[in-house]
Each structure stands twice: as C-alpha cells, then as structure tokens.
Design a protein around this ligand. Structure first.
Ligand SMILES: Nc1ncnc2c1ncn2[C@@H]1O[C@H](COP(=O)(O)OP(=O)(O)OP(=O)(O)O)[C@@H](O)[C@H]1O
Length: 645
C-alpha cells in the first residue's frame, strides 16, 4: 500500500467515525474526529487525499446543516411556527439582506474555512443577525427563518451545547472552524495557530471574533460538561420547550384547522403537539415492547418439562382436589404440541406404567429384600416427617443378582404397594439419535416423576445406562450419565417441604453390578442381592405358577424342587409353562400334528387335562437353568464388597 493510499484509508476510517458520531448527535465528537482524520492523513500533502477530504467535508457539512434544518423546523412546528423552506432558499434571503448578506459573503469566502464551506452556516448567519441585532434592532426582523433560528439560540440548551452556540457565547470562531483551521495551522506547527485567514476575518468582525483564542484542544470547543447527553436531548425537539418566543418578531401562523370542524381558535395551539405525539409514540412503543416482551417471554417460558415446580396453580388446585391428573403432556402443552412434546409423549407411552399391579404376595421368597425395600422406599413416602436428618431417605436402591430372580417384580410391587406411579426405564427409553435429547429425556423423566408424584423410577439393566465412564466415550452418553447423577441427587434433596419430600424414589436393577459407574453406585445407597430362589422359594414358585392349573396327585413336588436347584424364578416359570403345554402337545401329536388343523379348536377343551409328573419331567428336559455357578460366585463377591443387607 502506497503512502497516499494509507493516508486515504486512515482518513476514510476517521470520516466514517465522524459520520457515526454525527448520526448519534455527537456533533462535537464528529467534528473533532474529522479534524483528527485530517491531521492523521496529513492533508494537503497528497493531492488525491486533499480532494477526497474536500468532497467528504462538503457532504458532511451539508448533511449536518440539513439535520439542523430538520431539527429547527420540528422545533418550529412544535411551537406553532410554520415550517420554513430549506436552508438554501433561506440563504438567498439572507444574501438579499444588506449588510448581513455582505458579511455572509465574506464568511463564505473567508479563506479561514478550508474548502470554503463550514457546517451550521445558518446558525452562523443567525449569530451575525443577533450581533447586528444588538446594534440595530430592526436589522433581521424581516427574516422569519433566521428569527426562528434566533429562537433556537435563545433556548438555553442549544446555547450551551451547539458548537456554533458555543462559538457565539465565546465569540470565538476558531473553536468552530477547528476542523480545517486546526489542520491548516498544524501544518505550520503550533506556533502558527490562528494565523491563517486571521487578518481577513478579523478585519470584518474585529469586535466579535478573536483568533488568538484558538484552542487546539478539541474538548474546549464545547463547554457543556455533559455535551453528549445534552445534544441527545436537543435532538429531541420535544425537549426544547420554547417559552421565550418573541411574538413581535416572528408571529406564529395560525394552526391549520380542518374545514369541516372549523372552530374559533383562541390559543396558539400547535398543529402537531410533538410532546403528545411523542408520548403516544412512546406509549405505542411501550405497548409494542410489552407485546414483544410477552411474545419473547412466551417463547422463553414455554412449559419446560424440566422446570422445577412447573405446576400451574390451576393444575395444582386440580391435584389438591383429588381430581384425576391430566397427562404430563397436556399439562405442559394444553394443545398437545410444543418443543418437547415428542419426547414427553414418548416417555409417557413407553415408560409410565400407571398401574404395575404386582403385589408382594405374588413374589416368592425374598422376604429380606421385600422388607428392605418397604423400609427404604415406602416408609419415606408414607411417613415423610420421620425421615429427617440422619434418617433422610435413601437416594436410591440397587437390586442386583442373576437374571430372572424377581427384581423387576419387586420394583413393581413397591410401586403398587406405595400407590406410586411406576416409571419403567430401560436404556432404549433414553436413547435418542438427536444430540442432547438423551440428557433432556433424563430431565423430563425426573420432572415427569415429580409431576406424577409419588413416583417410583425404576432403571432396569442400569448398567447399560450407567456403566463406568471411560476415556473416549461418546460425549452424549457422558452428559446423560452426568444428568442422571444430578437428577438422582436432586430427588433426595429437592424439597425442604416435608409434604413434597421423597415423593420420587429411584430403584435400579442390574445383572452386572461390577460395571456400574462409581458415582452412580454411591448414589444407589442400598445395594441388595436378589439371589436365586432357595428350596423354599422354588416350592413357592411352583405353587405360584401352578395356580389355576389342574395338576394330578402323582406329582412329586419335593422331587421337582430338588431337581430345579440353581434355577431362577424365571426358569421355574418357564418350566411350569412348558409343563402346562404338555397335554395339548400330546393330543396334537396324537391327532397328526398341524396337518389336521380343523380339529385344533376342539383341542383346547380336550387338553384341559391335569398335568402329570411325566409332563414336568418332560419339561425339565427342555428347560435348563440359565445362571452359571461362576456368575453366582461373582455376585457373592460383589455383594461382600459393596452390598448391603
Ligand atoms: N421371586 C419371584 N416370585 C415370583 N416370580 C418370579 C420370581 N422371580 C422371578 N419370577 C418370574 O420370573 C419372571 C421374570 O422376573 P423379573 O423380570 O422380575 O426378573 P428380573 O430379576 O428382573 O430379571 P432380569 O434381571 O433378567 O431383568 C417373572 O415374570 C416371574 O414370572
């Protein structure tokens, strides 16, 4: 990049900054920035940069003038004045105005102004008018626009803040000319400040304008300590209440009245009361903002399922009145649709089991486990006031042991006995192809459990969800596990209100307790081994499974119990089912199998024949135990290490 390109670039940056400041009404800052730009760009050294600077300055000045014209006209309208023609037209009028016109010409041609243009020139004219007015009161009374500007000048706020007002008050043009003058002076070094064009100007206005006071500190161009604020205020015409109009000089035209409603106008009422308009506008804006806020709020405050205490007063009232609870989905989204409706619907469909309908009586043996669960799960729900301090309810209970030993049944029995809503959660329930949905599902699950409280959340095969966290594990899984840990913690300490406490119980089951994440294991404070059924247990299992099935007296139950050592509850259930089908199979084979399909319907009646010892022996040959001795050993070991009885 060449030197001139760089200068041009720098200048452009400053100009855009200056324009930005002007746009926000920071005129002093705008001018000073422009000055700085000229200085930095080393103006007048490179022709192209100089030309560019001139063009931009012209445009900049015109824009500023236009802006002040608009403000002054608005101000006039606000106070009942007729809007005036643009500044250019006004200038013409000025130029026709004798001495003032001459001065203006001199001003315009004053070499003190680089590029021959200065901003806010009509204010400048006005200043001249005022000045002349001091000497000759009739001087400018016939120029309404200038008088209008004069009224501006009378306004204290403007006087304090506008650059030219400052100039006016200080009688120091150099403050105002600074963007150009400054730069030009700087060319010759600090000592030359104020020399350029000084004589020329002074000769015209010796009493008013002193160049020796040239300030090269930009901040001294404007006196107001809070100029930015004041300028902003001044940009708002409604803030400039003009109680000091001079009706002799510039009588306001009568406001335009609608012919149809012509009524005698007593007072000078502005056609447009900008204050009112602005108030209306503000009200509208406020209304719009309020509406916007409401919309935004509605967007943000959609019923997030994971929001704690998400119950609406109505829903709570309904609940209190003992009415049947609406579904969580409807509670969250009354019309059934919302950002998380799919997830909620999925959980409600797949996970919530409103009526598990299993009693402890249906479970053979396992008395210890039953007692422990009732103590750990049911008592805190039934008598929460007792479970305080050191007796706080358990965070969760883990049931582990060989497959098919009744762990799920126990969980369901707990839920049924405690009349809690049962959430049967498996790994697949929380799996989602969408990133972030799994952890969200966990949050929704716990929130839903709170909604349906008292609830029992049962994580079946929890090792699949809460296995040990390892390096390189999928991030979504880690997050889901972390969320689970948080939620389990939250469940045990969610509320200080006794009524609400421990309304959600976490139960989990696994056949692989050694795979569990340590943090999760810690949260499942009670870890109960659900073993294979004992002799007594197997006997009970035969009795439970053979309920309602006709059995012949020849069956040796003791022998069968003996032969099923090592069988799980599920194995014994399979054995009994197998045996129960034997009469039907026997008959079917006798009839020629499935070839003679027409007779099959009659078979059902004919096969209601009592089971015999032979059927069970046959079934024993088909159904083997499913749990290996090695597995049993591992459970025993883990129980010894981590279990609790
Ligand atoms: N103690 C028991 N009393 C009655 N039935 C039992 C018992 N244990 C197992 N069963 C039978 O086994 C079936 C499976 O039981 P359940 O699902 O509770 O076992 P589980 O321990 O959860 O198995 P897994 O670990 O494989 O999930 C039950 O439907 C039931 O018929």
């Amino acid at each position: 990049m060449s030197n001139s390109d760089k200068q041009l670039e720098d200048l452009k940056n400053y100009i855009s900054l200056a324009r930005e400041s002007a746009y926000f009404g920071k005129y002093s800052e705008a001018i000073n920035t422009f000055k700085k730009g000229l200085e930095v760009a080393g103006m007048f050294k490179v022709k192209a940069v100089e030309q560019y600077a001139q063009q931009v300055w012209e445009k900049f000045v015109l824009d500023l003038q236009a802006e002040f014209d608009i403000i002054s006209q608005l101000q006039a309208v606000n106070h009942g004045f007729k809007p005036q023609p643009p500044n250019g037209a006004n200038k013409q009028a000025n130029n026709q105005n004798g001495q003032q016109g001459q001065q203006q010409n001199q001003l315009d041609h004053d070499k003190k102004y680089p590029f021959g243009i200065k901003p806010f020139s009509h204010f400048e004219d006005n200043k001249m008018n005022n000045n002349n007015n001091n000497n000759n009161n009739n001087n400018n009374n016939n120029n309404p626009f200038r008088q209008q500007d004069k009224n501006f000048l009378h306004n204290q706020q403007y006087q304090n803040n506008l650059p030219d007002q400052n100039m006016h008050n200080n009688q120091n043009y150099n403050n105002f000319q600074a963007p150009h003058q400054y730069n030009m002076n700087r060319q010759g070094g600090p000592g030359m400040q104020g020399n350029y064009g000084q004589n020329n100007y002074q000769s015209n206005n010796p009493s008013n304008y002193g160049y020796n006071d040239f300030q090269d500190n930009p901040s001294q161009n404007f006196n107001s300590p809070n100029i930015e604020y004041n300028q902003r205020q001044n940009r708002n015409p409604a803030n400039n209440d003009q109680g000091n109009q001079d009706p002799d000089v510039w009588p306001a035209p009568p406001p335009k009245v609608n012919k149809a409603n012509k009524a005698p106008q007593k007072n000078k009422t502005p056609i447009y009361n900008l204050k009112e308009l602005q108030q209306k506008q503000n009200d509208n804006n406020n209304n719009n903002n309020a509406k916007k806020d409401d919309k935004e709020k509605a967007k943000r405050d959609y019923n997030k399922p994971w929001q704690r205490n998400a119950q609406t007063p109505q829903a709570k009232k309904k609940g209190d009145e003992g009415e049947k609870k609406q579904s969580f989905l409807n509670f969250c989204y009354p019309n059934g649709q919302g950002p998380d409706s799919d997830l909620i619907a999925m959980l409600e469909r797949d996970v919530v089991d409103q009526n598990p309908n299993i009693s402890f009586d249906q479970i053979a043996e396992l008395d210890k486990a039953k007692d422990m669960l009732q103590e750990a799960v049911l008592l805190p729900i039934l008598i929460p006031q007792y479970f305080r301090g050191i007796r706080r309810p358990l965070k969760g209970v883990l049931m582990f042991g060989p497959p098919g030993t009744g762990k799920t049944m126990l969980a369901k029995a707990v839920a049924t006995t405690g009349k809690t809503t049962f959430f049967n959660v498996s790994a697949s329930s929380l799996a989602s192809k969408w990133r972030g949905d799994s952890e969200k599902l966990v949050r929704i699950l716990f929130e839903m459990a709170r909604y349906y409280a008292p609830s029992t959340i049962f994580f079946d095969e929890i090792d699949a969800i809460g296995s040990k966290r390892v390096d390189g594990e999928c991030e979504a899984n880690r997050k889901m596990k972390a969320e689970m840990l948080i939620q389990i913690d939250g469940v045990s300490s969610s509320s200080t209100d006794e009524k609400d406490r421990k309304q959600v119980m976490v139960l989990a089951a696994t056949n692989r307790p050694w795979d569990l994440d340590e943090a999760l294991r810690r949260r499942l404070e009670k870890r109960i081994l659900i073993p294979l059924p004992s002799t007594e247990g197997r006997k009970q299992l035969f009795e439970l499974n053979m309920r309602g099935i006709k059995c012949s007296d020849d069956i040796d139950w003791v022998e069968l119990v003996g032969k099923t050592d090592g069988y799980s509850g599920a194995d014994i259930a399979s054995l009994c089912r197998e045996a129960a089908f034997m009469p039907m199979r026997r008959k079917l084979m006798k009839e020629g199998g499935f070839k003679n399909i027409e007779n099959i319907e009659n078979l059902a009646q004919e096969s209601d024949i009592p089971l015999t010892q032979k059927d069970f022996e046959e079934a024993l040959r088909n159904v083997n135990k499913s749990v290996s001795n090695d597995d049993l050993e591992n459970f025993e070991k883990w129980m010894a290490e981590f279990g609790s009885v």
